[in-house]
Design a protein around this ligand. Structure first.
Ligand SMILES: *Cc1c(COP(=O)(O)O)cnc(C)c1O
Ligand code: SF4
Length: 355
């Protein structure tokens, strides 16, 4: 860059060539990864670039977003649409599987593309923005479904919508008497915190209970810009929850999970779910066996404030729902219960009531 020229504005890296130029992949990997980007979208936002230590080949932030040739290998147990949204779609953009709540997917774009994403075959930068008419039809479905008490905006990432569109969706849902809860699932507060402008926070203001479930998997994702964005959202009356995926090489140790949950809580985000990895194509390098996940969580019980405790869940393929995976501390013995003490590790008998 010649002297005196303006500093280039950091931008989202979207292909193998720009990743190589930024030093985030070795030059010799570029050709192979160029092929991969035709199948799975790539995006590494400026906020995420700032969190990556390029000198660390095992950097837990890079691992979540930098593509790897291993993604081109699909194992037999991996499936497209692992959570089986398709058969539960009454109108475009809506997924209704549980009686009292339904998903609204206004678009399929995200600020970053996570390498382990369970919707990786459908999300992408030009993906799935509902037309104005389709969005109205989806909102009309909510209006005509009085059994649905909660609207869950997901995608893609609903905070990629403009504040104007977001306000419209929130206002329409808020006007439905049967809707008590509006929930949004988003990566934006950690991956693109600059999008959380006053206008965006204001667009989320409503009389209804509105929760934002922030997706983050590593303590370092809660850097100063993310914390400031979350504080702004809290100031707008937004309830903050956290969701994470248990990921090999990112958070698969008691220390890493403890640091993650503590960083979440310090940013006023209550850990809600820890997801077992959904087996989407090309994601095998991230899988941690369930037994190991239960063991890691067991060591955290008692050591970590109870506020930090998420529910560890598996979203069953075929649309059978999200099932808690434990760890459990209680086993039946006849009519009594044997309960392991988190602090002493001993089995304590809780006798049957005798009533
Ligand atoms: C995950 C999911 C929900 C939300 O489930 P909670 O357990 O309430 O977080 C709702 N609908 C669908 C289709 C889902 O996949
Ligand atoms: S932000 Fe969510 S939907 Fe988007 S790529 Fe990451 S995991 Fe998938």
């Amino acid at each position: 860059m010649p002297d005196g020229s303006p500093q280039l504005k950091p931008r989202t890296l979207r292909d193998a060539q720009s990743l190589a130029e930024a030093g985030l992949i070795p030059p010799e990997a570029q050709a192979g990864l160029a092929r991969l980007s035709a199948t799975y979208a790539i995006a590494v936002s400026p906020a995420v670039q700032a969190l990556i230590d390029p000198a660390d080949p095992a950097d837990p932030i890079a691992r979540q977003y930098i593509p790897d040739a291993a993604e081109l290998v699909t194992l037999p147990q991996e499936r497209s649409d692992p959570t089986s949204d398709a058969p539960f779609t009454p109108v475009k953009g809506v997924v209704h599987r549980y009686p009292d709540r339904a998903l609204l997917k206004p678009l399929l774009a995200c600020p970053v593309y996570c390498r382990f994403c369970f919707r990786r075959e459908v999300v992408g930068p030009d993906g799935g923005l509902l037309t104005a008419a389709e969005l109205e039809a989806a909102l009309d479905w909510f209006a005509g479904s009085p059994q649905v008490r909660e609207a869950i905006l997901t995608g893609g990432d609903p905070l990629m919508l403009s504040p104007r569109r977001l306000r419209h969706v929130v206002q329409r849902l808020s006007a439905m008497p049967h809707i008590d809860i509006i929930r949004l699932h988003s990566r934006v507060p950690v991956a693109a915190p600059e999008r959380i402008t006053p206008a965006l926070a204001e667009a989320l203001e409503t009389e209804k209970a509105l929760f934002l479930c922030v997706h983050a998997n590593h303590a370092r994702e809660f850097a100063a810009p993310a914390r400031a964005a979350l504080r702004r959202l809290a100031g707008a009356g937004v309830g903050l929850l956290g969701q994470s995926v248990l990921l090999r090489g990112v958070n698969d140790s008691p220390e890493a999970l403890e640091a993650l949950f503590r960083a979440m809580l310090a940013a006023r985000v209550k850990p809600y779910y820890l997801h077992q990895l959904d087996r989407a194509p090309g994601t095998a390098r991230f899988e941690v066996p369930i037994e190991e996940g239960r063991r890691i969580l067991r060591t955290l019980r008692g050591r970590l404030t109870g506020l930090a405790w998420p529910t560890y869940v598996l979203d069953l393929p075929g649309g059978a729902g999200k099932a808690p995976l434990g760890p459990d501390f209680a086993t039946a013995e006849g009519l009594d219960w044997m309960v392991e003490g988190p602090l002493d590790g001993l089995a304590h008998r809780h006798p049957a009531s005798g009533a």
